[in-house]
Design a binder for this molecule. Sequence first.
Ligand code: C5P
Length: 235
Amino acid sequence: MAENKLLYEGKAKNVYQTENDDELLMVYKDQATAFNGKKKEELPGKGVLDCQISALVFDYLIKNGIETHLIKNLSDHEQLVKSSEVFPLEVVLRNITSGSLVKKFQVESGLRLSDPIIEFYYKSDALDDPFINDSQVKALRIANDEEIAFIKQMTLKINQLLVPFFSKSGFDLVDFKLEFGKVNGKIILVDEFSPDNCRLWDKKSHDSMDKDVFRKHEGDLVKTYLEVLKRLAMR
Ligand code: C5P
């Protein structure tokens, strides 16, 4: 691994080149960041937990017909993935009001939405990932109509699969963020799915079991993620 060229240094992961141009090595880091990197902390053990949780979720999605970039897990914190042309979009789906939606519209937190909301954000650290609408996505040639429709449909399908998946382990899936890429003209799910990019509330206590613990200084993030992994692995 040491000799592999670093292609991208992210907040939670590094991506390296491999001998095969079609494949990349994704290495999870022991780092938590929030507010676009303004709050940052080294948390030993976090990378392994994110990688393990994401592997469980991706394996479940793959078994249920979702195409993803995951090829295999190489170690407890490293994954071999397909190289793809990543859309510079963060696709957020919300089932329950929380976070920026509550702040923006001053609505009560914890309201179950009649239908899921899908929002696009333009991936740019320099611009703080601004909201972008469908016609802006199209006009700026980030994705065409067909791709936008496909990404939305895939996001809804993933939600339909993940709500019962997390519910079985005692979590409400409040919201989450996905990223998509293109390989040989096909759109696939990329990046990761961990409590870093979703909100999970314990069904009984309504406690946050996700990165809000870190954002809001609510406790030990690594302990929380370990509890999530244990509950998901037990199912
Ligand atoms: O902050 P907001 O309420 O818009 O976040 C919605 C969901 O998207 C949350 O689950 C959050 O963790 C995730 N998210 C993310 N990366 C971002 C912004 C939001 O994973 N840059």
